[in-house]
Design a protein around this ligand. Structure first.
Ligand code: PXP
Length: 236
């Protein structure tokens, strides 16, 4: 069971003040030291958090795997072919969304995506697709010969514990089984936190989790005591 840490929101904080801190690359190195198997970040069209400079520094410095989430556009493909991350995760992207809304509709976009995927794979970049837990979508991912899929756990994560959430959990488990049978490596992520992770972590076919917001939110809280003490020390 592997954990990849999404560091986007360290960059969100940095961009809130157009500052040099917190440095997302440093956060990535510390996440690796703590045992993360990989670092994930999402470069968006509006560059609201991660920028090209971050990608270049991450590529040069991290020792685990670099997974860049991006839309399947020509602009983003150019960036991927320049950086050569270990993995590109193709995600849908809307201009004003707060975070990624749902998986990519690969059935609708199949023809457009096939050459896009191939040109990344030709440079030995693994291609992942962020997809809803739907059998039809997953079958199409297999037909597109992607290397892996990331099942969208966002809907599950938005639900309160109860019958609806149990149903969403089963959909994720079934989707993971389908993907595994089709020979795809299975990852999962979006909205996973310290309260809802357990049932999803118990799904054997899921080999890796991509988690960002919950970890960064907790790190800001568990670090506050030390941050205040460090400042008091300087004031003394
Ligand atoms: N996977 C994908 C495809 C995402 O877009 C995101 C959010 O950037 C995540 C996983 C991580 O989600 P969260 O920040 O809610 O843990």
């Amino acid at each position: 069971m592997r954990l990849s840490v999404n560091i986007d929101h360290f960059a969100t904080l940095r961009e809130a003040r157009k500052s040099k801190v917190p440095e997302p690359v440093l956060a990535a190195l510390l996440a690796e030291q703590a045992g993360a198997s990989g670092i994930v970040c999402h470069i968006r069209g509006d560059r609201r958090h991660i920028r090209e400079r971050d990608l270049r520094l991450l590529r040069q410095s991290i020792k685990t795997k670099l997974n860049i989430e991006m839309a399947a556009t020509e602009e983003m493909k150019k960036i991927a072919l320049d950086i050569i991350p270990d993995t590109v995760s193709l995600v849908p992207e809307e201009e004003h969304e707060i975070t990624t809304q749902g998986g990519l509709d690969v059935i609708k976009n199949k023809e457009r995506m096939a050459p896009h995927i191939r040109s990344l794979q030709q440079k030995r970049i693994k291609v992942s697709i962020f997809v809803d837990p739907s059998e039809e979508q997953i079958k199409t991912c297999a037909e597109l010969n992607v290397d892996l899929i990331e099942i969208n756990t966002g809907r599950y994560a938005d639900l309160e514990a109860g019958a609806e959430r149990n149903k969403a959990e089963k959909e994720i488990a079934n989707a993971a089984k389908t993907a595994h049978k089709l020979g795809l490596e299975v990852h999962a992520g979006h909205g996973l936190d310290y309260w809802n992770i357990r049932p999803i972590a118990a799904i054997q076919e899921i080999k890796e989790f991509s988690i960002g917001f919950a970890i960064i939110a907790r790190s800001s809280i568990v670090g506050i005591e030390k941050a205040v003490k460090d400042m008091l020390h300087l004031l003394e």
